[in-house]
Design a protein around this ligand. Structure first.
Ligand code: HEC
Length: 100
């Protein structure tokens, strides 16, 4: 029975040696090619905080300006997206120009 505490001590000590600090580096998202043009910065700036920009570029095409205005409004009112009010129209316009 005396060996047991000693074994525990050795085990605990070895765990301490084995435990190294874990470092996490945030994944830097690649900006999708469709949103890498000039005029798209307003989208990247306002729309990348919560989900991938891929979420935006994989939406169906040709839905029209109202769809994009509604999407931006939904992000702001339902999900509380911190979109600069002065930029909301510009985001919708940029998305309409890109994706129709
Ligand atoms: C505050 C966090 C937040 C920000 C910022 C944000 N979104 Fe979203 N977005 C969400 C959530 C939550 C969902 C729903 C995810 C789900 O249902 O899986 C979503 C979903 C979407 C979808 C998928 C369709 C839908 O309506 O659910 C689109 C398109 C979209 N967001 C566009 C945008 C655009 C454009 C912007 C920039 C104006 C933006 N998002 C910024 C939180 C955010």
């Amino acid at each position: 029975m005396r060996a047991f505490p000693l074994a525990m001590l050795v085990l605990a000590a070895s765990l301490c040696v084995a435990a190294r600090p874990v470092r996490y580096a945030p994944l830097l998202e690649q900006i999708p090619a469709e949103l890498a043009g000039s005029g798209d910065e307003v989208v990247v700036r306002n729309c990348s905080a919560c989900h991938s920009l891929e979420y935006i570029v994989t939406q169906p095409r040709g839905k029209g300006a109202q769809f994009w205005r509604d999407s931006v409004t939904k992000m702001i009112t339902v999900y509380k997206a911190p979109v600069d009010p002065a930029e909301a129209d510009a985001v919708a316009a940029a998305l309409t120009a890109r994706f129709g």
